[in-house]
Design a protein around this ligand. Sequence first.
Ligand SMILES: *Cc1c(COP(=O)(O)O)cnc(C)c1O
Length: 460
Amino acid sequence: MRAMERLAPPPWKAKVVEPIELRSPRERRVAIGNAGFNTFLLRSEDVYIDLLTDSGTGAMSDRQWAALMCGDEAYAGSRSFFRLQAAVERVMGFPYVLPTHQGRGAENLLFSCLVRPGQCVVNNLHFDTTRAHARHKGGRPVDLVVEEAYAAGFRAPFKGNMDLDRLDRFLRETGRDAVALVMVTVTCNGAGGQPVSLSNLRGVRQVCDRYGVPLFLDACRFAENAYLIKQREPGQEGRGVGEIVRDMMAVADGCTMSAKKDGLCNIGGFLAMRDPELYRQACQWAVLFEGFPTYGGLAGRDMEAMAVGLEEVVDEGYLAYRVGQVEELARRLEGEGVPIVQPPGGHGVYVDAAAMLPHLPRHRFPAWALTVELYLEAGVRAVEIGTVMAGRDPATGDHDYPRLELMRLAVPRRVYTSSQLGLVADALGRINRRREAVRGLEFTHEPPFLRHFTARFRPV
Ligand SMILES: *Cc1c(COP(=O)(O)O)cnc(C)c1O
């Protein structure tokens, strides 16, 4: 990997601004107490810098806002649909597109077509809605990411890669009929926004061909993945991101997409594919779950904004700043001695809370405790990707402890300046210097599933 240079300025300037306000320490104590020590239950007005998620939180460009005015709101055959279809075909190379209200809508359509009860769905690492949709169709989600994905401090360029040997063995032992499809999530959100290399994607295709299994990408952050391939994969550095994107997509039969990520939109998504027969089948489900196949639960204007966003996101000036800004935040945190997942991924920095707060046992939720502390310290909102989010093991009833206990600082696209992210690093540095004082938490209310969204806690 290249040594870090100074971050170049962004290739845009602000035209519209949204005021934000830092609440006083007392107000923050009241706010987090009222929220049951759960950052999901905070009101956004009480948050100063919001790094809860990069999903749907980006700033649209003037061209996207202008495109909204051109939305064709026809129920069927909307001009905006054909614009979106042309953009998807140009950028990704898939001829058939079904718009959906967001990424999980596309997962639902795809799995409704391909997953039969009892079949496995293989992924490098399932995103939580993808896992839930696979289960909802009676499928069995299986994660086969490379082992180094679980070694937080270990630096490897492509920690999102599929373990090809395990994939081959798994498909051979399980048999074609018991496997619905293979998916590869780019970048791999669950492992810290880690990219998947082009050679790994091609390897996955070869294995899938050997057993006749379909291959789809979970393409939410496809442009960030392509840029990281350009930066990190030998032989790819001289190529255009647009070319790399098309090479990534060329291995797949289609993709699910959340336009709230690399679509640079606040809402929207789609399912794209090559097979006309699958498309016809998915259209039936679309009518049931999303809407007529030329709007899929979206307004015409949303499809216009998506079409523009897909073209803008592969701009290399944009991506250099995007990935560079995340890298800069990681470097500042390292400077503060805060342990993070290495190397930083495409859309955020993941703090290794188990390493930072070793005095807290896992059942006192160290990563969750860190989100509370960070809010109290500086009004910054982050999210736990650890024990609370993982839920309980249905068999034993105990917490289903994940291998990593992380706090994610997700960076919204085109929203915050370097000085604002610097403030986040400074706050975590202060917490790190008095880390033994960070207290753990226990539940006062624990919902039976997807507990992290609505759980309430008290400090112990
Ligand atoms: C966000 C996300 C999804 C689901 O998309 P939504 O638009 O939130 O429904 C699926 N996979 C990955 C990797 C994601 O990050």
